[in-house]
Design a protein around this ligand. Structure first.
Ligand SMILES: NC(=O)c1ccc[n+]([C@@H]2O[C@H](COP(=O)([O-])OP(=O)(O)OC[C@H]3O[C@@H](n4cnc5c(N)ncnc54)[C@H](OP(=O)(O)O)[C@@H]3O)[C@@H](O)[C@H]2O)c1
Length: 291
């Protein structure tokens, strides 16, 4: 079964239609993987419900339970995905609300950071759950989403969730939830590392005397070009780096300073710290303000 067909006749419910749910909805409709009639979203605020209804032509309801029931699978139809997309601190209440409203053939998909499959399955008394970890470039369809299913998820549902997540960019199925925490540190937190390096390089350009606008253009295209080049060449980054490092040249001098400043170690420590934080957040309910 290919992913394009996987969602035909599938019903999709979105609980909490903020940034991430909208990114999925917009991507699905842009790629014509589903039609607006297949989607129902819930949101507590009238203005937001009207906004999404006008923008995408989807049905928006106030009540989370109503959204779940509206997309329940009917006899011999194409299945149903119920996407939990609220902030972590709202999840427990939403799960309590939804308890008893999910259909046994429905697949519950969570994009909520730190919420384990066991928590969701226990609270909802629902076995088929997929946990995902997208990242912010998903908002322009250039994200990468790690995901892992519970044992109750069947092959058809796996195809459907993969097809839905394709709307956000690339998907990577990982073996367990430990690897979701690892992806949280590497790819979901990843844009933060890149943005910091980007900012530092732009500032370095300004320090030399470029206007901020010119420095930004030079850095953006350099980063983008380097990534596309690395991807297309299939070469190890060290090999690519060696290709442009001539004896006594500018790259050699710059690399010496970066190694002296322990850039590699700092990045490794940052990713490790983010991983430990992701694990810790999964062990207790998140507090107000945590993502
Ligand atoms: N954004 C990302 O790039 C990203 C990346 C990885 C993971 N995630 C995860 O995705 C989830 C959603 O994040 P987000 O960035 O989309 O957050 P968001 O924009 O705040 O979306 C959550 C939405 O849920 C609404 N809401 C609040 N209480 C609700 C309730 N009781 N029932 C239904 N909806 C309710 C919120 O309404 P109000 O606007 O009125 O508060 C908000 O619009 C989070 O758990 C986050 O960890 C996000």
């Amino acid at each position: 079964m290919n992913n394009t067909n996987a969602l035909s006749n599938c019903r999709l419910g979105f609980i909490g239609c903020g940034v991430m749910a909208e990114a999925i909805i917009a991507g699905l409709l842009r790629k014509q993987l589903v039609s607006p009639e297949q989607i129902v979203g819930s949101h507590p605020r009238t203005i937001r419900r009207e906004e999404l209804h006008v923008k995408y032509g989807i049905l928006m309801v106030e009540d989370n339970k109503e959204a779940a029931l509206a997309v329940a699978p009917a006899e011999s139809d194409g299945g149903s995905l119920l996407v939990l997309a609220v902030k972590p601190q709202r999840l427990r209440r939403v799960l309590q609300e939804l308890k008893g409203s999910t259909h046994q053939d429905q697949l519950v998909v969570s994009v909520v950071a730190g919420a384990t499959i066991a928590t969701i399955a226990d609270e909802l008394m629902h076995a088929a759950v997929v946990r995902t970890m997208p990242n912010t470039p998903a908002q322009i369809g250039e994200g990468v989403t790690a995901w892992t299913p519970s044992v109750a998820v069947n092959e058809k549902q796996e195809h459907q969730v993969r097809a839905m997540l394709d709307a956000l960019g690339i998907t990577v199925r990982v073996d367990n939830e430990r690897q979701i925490d690892m992806a949280t540190a590497l790819s979901a937190t990843g844009p933060t590392y890149i943005f910091l390096v980007m900012e530092a390089l732009i500032d370095a350009g300004v320090h030399m005397g470029f206007s901020r606008h010119v420095a930004q253009e030079l850095v953006h295209q350099t980063m983008l070009g380097a990534i596309l080049f690395a991807r297309e060449s299939h070469k190890h980054p060290a090999e690519l780096r060696n290709m442009v490092t001539s004896p006594g040249g500018t790259s050699a001098e710059a690399i010496y300073q970066m190694e002296k400043g322990s850039l590699r170690t700092v990045l490794s420590k940052a990713v490790w710290a983010a991983y430990q934080r992701a694990e810790a957040l999964g062990e207790r309910p998140p507090k107000q303000g945590e993502r």
